[in-house]
Ligand binder design. Structure first.
Ligand SMILES: [Zn+2]
Length: 150
């Protein structure tokens, strides 16, 4: 059985909701798994501490001070107001910038304005390949040129 299931069983054990079959599975796993034993020991210690703490009444000033703090609003209210304007403005600026850059890229790389694909891809070096070079082989094998007369 995997350790996550066992640790949920430990939780049920602490709640007093573990049945007999679950108890047998838990005990057999705990006998073999040091990690789950440690988890159970820590859980029992935490429960013991929790049960040892005595319930206390809050001081009379606690509730009025909480209510006053809630009514005063968040301490960083000025920033929320500033962000309410800044965030949409930044999003709009990023969108405009993206459209502008996209337009520049379209003008720079558009086949209609750039001539032929060799210029667009900056492959002009392939126009001047020596015989036997990689460019020669590629151009010949792709049927795109090459020196057929050799
Ligand atoms: Zn385990």
């Amino acid at each position: 059985m995997d350790c996550r299931k066992i640790r949920r069983m430990v939780s049920r054990e602490l709640d007093g909701a573990l049945d007999g079959a679950g108890r047998a599975d838990l005990d057999s796993h705990l006998a073999l798994c040091a990690g789950c034993r440690r988890f159970r020991d820590l859980s029992l210690a935490g429960l013991s501490i929790h049960r040892s703490v005595k319930e206390a009444d809050p001081p009379p000033s606690l509730l009025p001070s909480i209510l006053a703090a809630v009514e005063a609003g968040p301490r960083w209210g000025w920033m929320h107001g500033w962000l309410r304007i800044a965030v949409p403005a930044a999003v709009a600026a990023a969108a405009v910038f993206g459209v502008w850059v996209g337009g520049l890229m379209h003008e720079s790389y558009s086949p209609a304005t750039a001539g032929n694909q060799t210029d667009v891809l900056e492959l002009t070096y392939l126009d001047e390949y020596p015989p036997g070079s990689l460019g020669d082989i590629l151009m010949t094998s792709s049927g795109g040129g090459g020196d057929e007369q050799r």
